[in-house]
Ligand binder design. Sequence first.
Ligand SMILES: *Cc1c(COP(=O)(O)O)cnc(C)c1O
Length: 403
Amino acid sequence: MQTRTEPQQHNPLMQITPRPAEIFVRGEGAWLWDAAQQRYLDWLQGWAVNALGHCPPVITEALQTQSALLLTPSPALHNLPSMQLAERLCALSGFHQAFFGCTGAEANEGAIKLARKWGRLMRDGAHEIITFENAFHGRNLATMAASGKPGWDALFPPHMPGFIKAQFNNLASVKEAIGKRTVAIMLEPVQGEAGVRPATREFIQGLRALCDRHGLLLIFDEVQTGCGRLGSLFGFEHYGVRPDILTLGKGLGGGVPISALLAQEHCCVFEHGEQGGTYAGNPLMCAVSLAVLNMLAQPAFLAHVRDMSALLREGLESLALQFDLGEVRGEGLLMALELGQDSAADVVNTCRQMGLLVNAARPHCLRFMPRLNSTAEEIRQGLGILQDALKHVGAELQMQSVA
Ligand SMILES: *Cc1c(COP(=O)(O)O)cnc(C)c1O
C-alpha cells in the first residue's frame, strides 16, 4: 500500500494547499491513523467538523439505516428527515424556517441572497452588506467578496460588488459604513480563520442596536461557532442577542456535508424558484444531522464541552507562561494560542511528528478544534505533546540564533 506522497511523483489532485506527505486512512473518536499505522491525536477534526470525533456510532447507524431507505428523492419532493431536522433546528434556535445546503459557503450565499431579496421588498432595493476585515465566509465568488482575507479582493476579478468592509470590534467603523443602500451586517461571532478572534459583547449588542435603529438585518455566520463549538448550542446565545439570519455548517453534519440557512419569520421572503440545490435537504445528510444534533443539544453534553474548554484553556495558559508566549483566546473548544513569533508552521510539523494534529491559523498562532466529546485524558495528552513540541522548536530556534 502507498503510505506517503513523494514530492517527485505526479499528483493527479489539483494543488490547492500544501499537505504533509502522510496519507490518512482511518479515524476513530479522537484518533486518526495514517497508512504507515502511525496514530495521531486529532485536534483538527476535519476543521471543527467532527463534533463527535471520527466515525461515531450514531453517524454510522444513521447512515446505514437511512441509506437503506431513501437517499435522494428530489429536492422538489418532501422527505421526512429534512422536515424533522428543520423542525428540531427551528425549535432549538427559535428561528422560523430552514433551508439546507451542503457547504458553509452555500448557506452563506443563501443568506446573502435572502438579504438582497428582503432589501428589494422592504427597503427600496437596498442591497449592500457590511462585512468585516479578516472575515471568512467561504470560497464561492459571493462569499469570497464578503470575506475580508487580505489579498482576496485581488483574486478572480471581476469582484462581486455589494460588500462594504468595516473593522471587527469597532462599532464606530460600522456606523460610518452604513448608508442608504445598506441592507444587512454579516459577521462571525468569533472570527475563526482570522485566528480565533471573539467579538466583544458590547460590539455584538451594539450591532443589534444599530440594525434595529436603521432597519438592517443582522446575519451571523455560525458555520464554525455553531453546533456546540463554543459550549453553547449556538454562538449567539453567548452574546444575548438574536440575529435575523443564521448560517450553520461544519459540526452540523458531524463529518458529512450539510449546512443550514435559518431565518426569522419577517425575513423568510424567498419565492418559488429563487433558491434551491440538487442535494438541498437530502434525507441521507438530514438523518445524520438529526442524530448528531440530538446529541449536541443535551444540556449535559454542552456542560461537558465547557468543562473540557476550561481544562484546555488552563493548560494553554500555563504553556504560555512556561514558554513566554502570547495570548490564549477563544471560547468552548475553539481556542488559539499566540506564539509571539512566526513559528506556528514549525510547531505544527513537530506536533505531527510527535502524534498530535493542530492547525496554524496564522503564521504566529495555533488553533485547536478537538472533538466536543473529548475526554480529560485526551486534553492532557494533547497538552503534553504540545509542551514537548514547544520545547523542541524553542531549542531549535535558540540554536539557530546562536549559530
Ligand atoms: C468553514 C467556514 C465557512 C465555509 O464553509 P465551507 O463548508 O468550507 O463552504 C464559512 N464561514 C465560516 C465562519 C467558516 O468557518
